[in-house]
Design a binder for this molecule. Structure first.
Ligand code: F6R
Length: 262
């Protein structure tokens, strides 16, 4: 795992955008991007949009996207559904059409097969080249809450009270936050070829330290990242504040040979 403690959210966004653009360029028309929603990746997505509008970004022709998770119980087209959110915050703005953006299907009468269908869609696409991830204050990854199997696949999950409180800001009140979600499992996420975890703000400091430096445990689902061969963690000063080896990570990054890339 490569942890990169950076000096600001803006630096995180620039490096995050560099990683995503490099994959889109390398895979020329066949890149598969795994996209997180929530607040954390928004500055990275804005940087991608800025470059696209400035004409310096790559072509997104042929790029396919898979979101990590989706709320269950919202009416179709609800602005806080993750399908609507990712279109509004990234894909529509860089010219990736809706038919190339996939998410777990929360249609009520199709829920029992939603997980399996999503797994099949991911496999049929050849898997995810780079997966953007955020982390929950309780250590969740996608919506795999503490206690989730480290080998889990896409399925229905129940959000913790803590996550519903954290996400109340998007819905106006805790009561309006759905209880159920469909989420890629931890085992699903681990199949992506490169995992890009972004953590910013003081609320993420404890969870990030537990994920990166704590024991591998289902009590901190994000600790499963320790088992993946290619993980990049981009963190701002607030989120990296509780990392014991922060100075070492900085030193490693500063001395990194350019040929290695991220
Ligand atoms: C979103 C997702 C979640 C968020 C996490 C952090 O698709 O899978 O795991 O990444 O809840 O949310 P923010 O970024 O809003 O703090």
């Amino acid at each position: 795992m490569e942890v990169v403690p950076l000096d600001s959210v803006a630096e995180v966004a620039v490096l995050g955008a560099d990683v995503l653009e490099a994959v889109v360029r390398e895979r020329a028309g066949s890149a598969v991007l795994g996209l997180a929603t929530g607040s954390t990746p928004v500055p990275t997505y804005r940087e991608l949009i800025r470059r696209h509008e400035a004409g310096t970004g790559p072509s997104y022709d042929g790029v396919r996207c898979f979101t990590l998770d989706e709320y269950v119980g919202l009416p179709p087209g609800h602005p806080q559904s993750y399908r609507a959110t990712i279109a509004r915050e990234l894909t529509d703005l860089v010219g990736i059409p809706a038919e190339r953006v996939h998410g777990p299907d929360p249609t009520p009468d199709r829920l029992p097969t939603a997980g399996q269908r999503y797994e099949e869609a991911l496999r049929a696409a050849g898997g995810v080249d780079v997966q953007v991830l955020g982390i929950g204050t309780d250590g969740h990854l996608a919506f795999n809450e503490p206690g989730s199997s480290l080998a889990s696949l896409t399925r229905l999950k129940t959000l913790t009270e803590e996550t519903r409180r954290d996400n109340a800001r998007f819905f106006g009140s805790v009561d309006a936050v759905p209880r159920h979600v469909l989420t890629q499992g931890l085992g699903t996420i681990l199949r992506a070829r490169h995992l890009l975890l972004i953590a910013t703000g003081p609320a993420k400091a404890a969870a990030l330290a537990a994920a990166v430096e704590g024991p591998l445990t289902a009590s901190c689902p994000a600790s499963v990242l320790q088992t993946h061969p290619h993980v990049t963690v981009l963190a701002d000063p607030e989120a990296s504040a509780e990392l014991e080896r922060r100075d070492h990570y900085r030193e490693v990054y500063a001395a990194k040979p350019a040929w290695q890339g991220l």
